[in-house]
Design a protein around this ligand. Structure first.
Ligand code: NDP
Ligand code: 2IT
Length: 446
């Protein structure tokens, strides 16, 4: 008996109705992994695929809080504990009005394979809320975070489940949630990562996802005898991942020409240098303004309601959100000479866009490999918390570089199709799968 992708997906869809992003993420992994399972039938006997698509635990809860006008607001909180096969559940929290069960299940599912690729002992999870931090005062964000953690705290812990940031959750939110956890549980532990340096955080964690994505692009290019140096790059988003992607591209001698947010994108043909990047960091992280203000300040064009994929580039770094590159945009990228797509965001390319990259054999670094640097340094933050020590910037950055190199090697090992072509989709999916599957086999029917 062998797996049939269509039949397998029909069951997943029937069991998880309406969760389209989850179906999409499962389809991509299962499509890569079925041929590998056919060569290794023990995984079929162990029913690994059937088990791996079923979360170990799903937690959903009410989050009531009082806004500044004294009106009661109600949001929904979630934590998806997808797999603890190789370590405690680990993965971010997303606060965004679009958050729902299907989106968090896709993110938790991706996280399982991503975390396995990092070489560190972390299982996969994801959580969040449909709370929208935009336009809320610091006080309202704190009230929400405290209420959210009042329920979440009973489900997490430094040895069971360790959340972190994602869209809408940065240093400010992690601080409010850590404070509430500590107050209720009376423990100062590494229960969250992305903490500030003074209270248990790690150097390089804020930078890690963006830096790691650029290191991964550099590895892919190096294999072809090329590098980021001198390359024109388009970047979407303007949050944590986008900002540190630009910082690292600048350091390696490339030039980033776009940034975006949900309002539109800016095109700066002269490049977003470090001075302009500092302005963006202040605009987005302190003032919490819109990217349009960049266009006014530096007198460049702003394209309202559009995404940056029509701009000519050598490398594209999608760094905003899922399904932000469609098939036509992928074709435009290729037509304009793009040779590399490195995904900082999770699942930013629709399946038909991925087909376009693969048909054209460009260097395509899928999210679970390319953006694993963030969670990898979260893993290093956990290690430092356990040791009650802090490593230097150089130490953490060198470990991050080493981890991204090792993820790249794993992708090459499992994804090489010919002497000059690596299918990084297959490489990342199979490379991430093996360790989790072997651990599940060893641990019995769990
Ligand atoms: P931030 O909240 O810091 O920034 C998100 C950026 O993306 C903002 O510019 C935001 O614009 C834009 N954005 C979000 N949703 C949409 C949307 N629906 N349409 C258009 N633009 C949108 O988040 P991060 O930078 O942390 O996360 C970006 C991506 O990277 C996500 O896919 C996340 O899952 C992924 N990621 C993050 C990691 C991390 O360590 N933070 C690790 C690995 C992956 P606006 O302000 O207008 O909403
Ligand atoms: O998608 C991701 O890998 C993250 N948002 C980071 C998760 C983490 O635990 O650092």
């Amino acid at each position: 008996m062998a797996y049939n992708l269509k039949d397998f997906m029909a069951k997943v869809i029937a069991k998880n109705p309406g969760e389209v992003e989850f179906h999409q993420a499962v389809h991509e992994v299962v499509e890569s992994v079925i041929p590998f399972i056919e060569e290794n039938p023990k995984y079929e006997h162990g029913r690994i695929l059937e088990r791996i698509v079923e979360p170990e635990r799903v937690i959903m809860f009410r989050v009531p809080w009082l806004d500044d006008k004294g009106i009661i607001q109600v949001n929904r909180g979630f934590r998806i504990e997808m797999s603890s096969a190789i370590g405690p559940y680990k993965g971010g929290l997303r606060f965004h009005p679009t958050v729902n069960l299907g989106i968090l299940k896709f993110l938790a599912f991706e996280q399982v394979f991503k975390n396995s690729l990092t070489t560190l002992p972390m299982g996969g999870g994801k959580g969040g809320s449909d709370f929208d931090p935009k336009g809320k005062s610091d006080n309202e964000v704190m009230k929400f975070c405290q209420s959210f953690m009042t329920e979440l705290q009973r489900h997490i812990g430094p040895n069971t489940d360790v959340p972190a940031g994602d869209i809408g959750v940065g240093g400010r939110e992690i601080g409010f949630m850590f404070g509430q956890y500590k107050r209720i549980r009376d423990e100062f532990t590494g229960v969250l990562t992305g903490k500030a340096l003074e209270w248990g955080g790690s150097l390089i964690r804020p930078e890690a996802t963006g830096y790691g994505t650029v290191y991964f692009a550099e590895e892919m290019l190096n294999l072809k005898g090329d590098s980021v140096k001198g390359k024109i790059c388009t970047v979407s988003g303007s949050g944590n991942v986008a900002q540190y992607t630009i910082e690292k591209v600048n350091e390696l001698g490339g030039k980033c020409v776009t940034l975006s947010d949900s309002g539109g994108y800016i095109y700066d043909p002269d490049g977003i240098d470090n001075d302009k990047l500092n302005y963006v960091m202040h605009l987005k992280n302190v003032k919490r303004g819109r990217i349009q203000e960049y266009a006014d300040k530096y007198d460049v064009q702003y394209f309202e309601g559009q995404r940056p994929w029509g701009v000519k580039c050598d490398i594209a770094f999608p760094s905003a959100t899922q399904n932000e590159i469609n098939a036509d945009e992928a074709k435009t990228l290729i037509k304009n000479g793009c040779i590399c797509v490195a995904e900082g965001a999770n699942m930013p390319s629709v399946p038909e866009a991925i087909e376009v990259y693969l048909e054209n054999k460009i260097l395509y670094g899928p999210a679970k490999a390319a953006n694993a640097g963030g969670v990898a340094v979260s893993g290093l933050e956990m290690s430092q918390n356990s040791l009650r020590l802090s490593w230097t910037r150089e130490e953490v950055d060198n470990r991050l570089k080493g981890i991204m190199k090792s993820i790249h090697e794993t992708c090459v090992k499992y994804g090489r199709e010919s002497s000059d072509y690596v299918n990084y989709v297959a490489g990342a999916n199979i490379g991430g799968f093996v360790k989790v599957a072997d651990s599940m086999m060893a641990q019995g029917v769990v």
